[in-house]
Each structure stands twice: as structure tokens, then as C-alpha cells.
Design a protein around this ligand. Structure first.
Ligand code: BV8
Length: 252
């Protein structure tokens, strides 16, 4: 059978599973924001960032070694958010809440697009680039006072530089958020993984926890990943095209 017939059959199977599911969790990564115009991590970094690996910029050490460079990287990403909006995939994932009793989006993304699209239950495993706290003491900043275009991180009243409210490599995820995500992986009927390369832990372990606990695991990605072999259904294609097809079948 050609790929398109395969994928239609698999999308039908996914819709059927969702019709009888009680608790659904969706783990998302940068791929679901790509069709909104936000580059993923493992796309070649454009412009100034071509010579840096995100893993070198998104670390406390990277920030301490070069606070201006790291601050400007996050500033350019935060500014980009002003130009983008959720795509059809985000809206479809938000709409799914009308068709299943319990739905939670567990996202690795820091762009807030799931909430903008109307998703109510969102767990941000890696924080948000629109929040800030000071490096030394974690004092929260009022984001209205953080201008765009600064070349250096502004200072907190305690004197420590502000940093983006994200989880960097080598930093622990917020305990309450991670344990909620793990409990969902252990109790979901259907666990959908969309737009993630499945490289970064502990987020990448969640689909395996879900599978082990008896969930049906579905993956949405144009490319296979380390999760694909574990998935019961692999919907190969972009999130912004696949999700609306699933919702369309639930509506029909
Ligand atoms: C931790 C926020 C405990 C910041 C991010 C050594 C020391 C310390 C830790 C480690 C270590 N070695 C390994 C680790 C663990 C480490 C890790 O996993 N490293 C990896 C590189 C191996 N993890 C951590 O450090 C985590 N913390 O372990 O704490 C600890 C504490 C102290 C000491 C030891 C342990 C913290 C990880 C969080 C890092 N922060 N983001 C920021 O955004 O700037 S991670 C960041 O990268 C994202 O949030 C995301 O999680 C990850 C990128 O992954 P993806 O989202 O999957 O994006 P990617 O580009 O990779 O893939 C895109 C996918 O989309 C592709 O598959 C593509 O095919 C697909 N796609 C493309 N187009 C579409 C599409 N899909 C659908 N539709 C489309 N249209």
C-alpha cells in the first residue's frame, strides 16, 4: 500500500482509539512549532547562531562564561515570538479536549504557543522564555520591565543578572511538573508524541514509561526517531497537517 493510504488508515485508527480513550497525554517538542516559523533545535541554527550548539548556549556555564551572547540568543528568540502564532496543529491539539474526558499537553517547548491556541492543561517541562528570574536567587522579574534589544542581561535588585525562566542542560526540571508528567505517562490510555527528536531526557523517557504502563503510544513526526520502534502507530508527516485530519475524523 502506498504511504498515503497507510497514513490514512493509521489516522483512522488513531481517531477510533481517541473516541474511547479516557485519559490522553500529548508530549510535544520543537517540531510542532516549526510550521509557526520557529526553528527547531536540530535544524541548522541560522545567522549569528550558526557557530554555536544550543547545548552550549542553553547551560548555566554558557551563561556565566558569556552572559551577553546567551542573553542575546534568548532575546532574539523572544522577539521572534512577537511575529509568530500557533499553527493548525496547535489549534487541533487544543480542540481535542472537546472529544476526550481528560487531556494534558506535556510540552518541551518554551514558546507558549499551546496556551495561545487554547490548550488549558499544559505542563511546561522546560519552562518559558517569556519568564525571567535572577541567576543567583531566583527572584522573579516583571517581564514588562525587561526590554527587547538589550545586549547584556539586566540586573535584579539583589545585583544578580536576570536569566530566562527555562530549564537549561544540567539543570533539574521543576519537580512538581515532572512528577505530574510521569504520573500521566503511567496512567494515560493514549500517549501521543509529536514533534520531538526524543533525544533530551528525562522528557524523552516519558513515551517508554507510558508504553511500559500499557498505554497505546502514537508518534507524529516527518522522520523516524528513537521512539518510533516503541510506538504502536507512527503517523509520518508534519504536525500541522496530521492533527487537523485526526480532529476532522472525530468531528465526522
Ligand atoms: C536533567 C529549554 C537532571 C532551553 C531545553 C550531563 C550533565 C547533565 C545532564 C546530562 C548530561 N548528559 C545528558 C544529560 C541529560 C540532559 C540531556 O538529555 N542531554 C541530551 C543532549 C543528551 N538533560 C538535562 O540536562 C535535563 N536535566 O537531566 O536534570 C540532572 C541535573 C544535574 C546534573 C545531571 C542531571 C534538562 C534538559 C532540558 C534542556 N532544555 N530547552 C531552551 O529552549 O533554550 S531542551 C530543548 O532541546 C527543548 O526543550 C527540547 O527538549 C530539546 C530539543 O528537542 P526537540 O524539542 O525534540 O527538538 P529537536 O529540534 O531536537 O527535534 C525536532 C523534531 O521535530 C525532529 O524529530 C523533527 O523531525 C521534528 N519535526 C520537524 N518538523 C516537524 C516535526 N515534527 C512535526 N511536525 C513538523 N512540521
Amino acid at each position: 500500500m502506498s504511504n498515503s493510504i497507510n497514513s490514512h488508515v493509521f489516522i483512522e485508527q488513531t481517531a477510533e482509539l481517541l473516541k474511547s480513550a479516557k485519559r490522553v497525554a500529548i508530549l510535544t517538542g520543537a517540531g510542532v512549532s516549526k510550521e509557526s516559523g520557529i526553528p527547531t533545535f536540530r535544524d541548522a541554527q541560522t545567522g549569528l547562531w550558526a557557530n554555536y550548539r544550543p547545548e552550549d548556549l542553553a547551560t548555566p556555564q554558557g551563561f556565566l562564561q558569556n552572559p551577553d551572547l546567551v542573553w542575546q540568543w534568548y532575546d532574539s528568540r523572544r522577539k521572534k515570538l512577537l511575529e509568530v502564532s500557533p499553527n493548525a496543529g496547535h489549534y487541533a491539539m487544543a480542540e481535542l479536549a472537546q472529544f476526550v474526558p481528560e487531556l494534558t499537553v506535556i510540552t518541551q517547548n518554551v514558546d507558549g504557543l499551546h496556551q495561545q491556541a487554547g490548550s488549558k492543561e499544559v505542563l511546561e517541562l522546560h519552562g518559558s522564555i517569556t519568564a525571567f528570574r535572577c541567576f543567583a536567587k531566583g527572584h522573579p522579574a516583571n517581564t514588562d520591565n525587561i526590554d527587547f534589544g538589550l545586549t547584556s542581561p539586566p540586573k535584579c535588585h539583589c545585583g544578580s543578572p536576570y536569566r530566562p525562566g527555562v530549564v537549561w542542560f544540567g539543570e533539574s526540571l521543576p519537580g512538581d511538573v515532572l512528577s505530574k508528567a510521569q504520573k500521566l505517562a503511567q496512567s494515560a490510555d493514549v500517549f501521543i508524541v509529536a514533534g520531538t527528536s526524543g533525544i533530551v531526557h528525562p522528557a524523552a523517557s516519558l513515551p517508554f514509561v507510558a508504553k511500559e504502563a500499557g498505554a497505546t503510544v502514537i508518534e507524529i513526526n516527518p522522520e523516524p526517531t528513537p521512539i518510533t520502534d516503541t510506538a504502536d502507530i507512527f503517523l509520518q508527516g508534519p504536525s500541522g497537517q496530521i492533527w487537523p485530519k485526526i480532529i476532522g475524523l472525530l468531528k465526522s
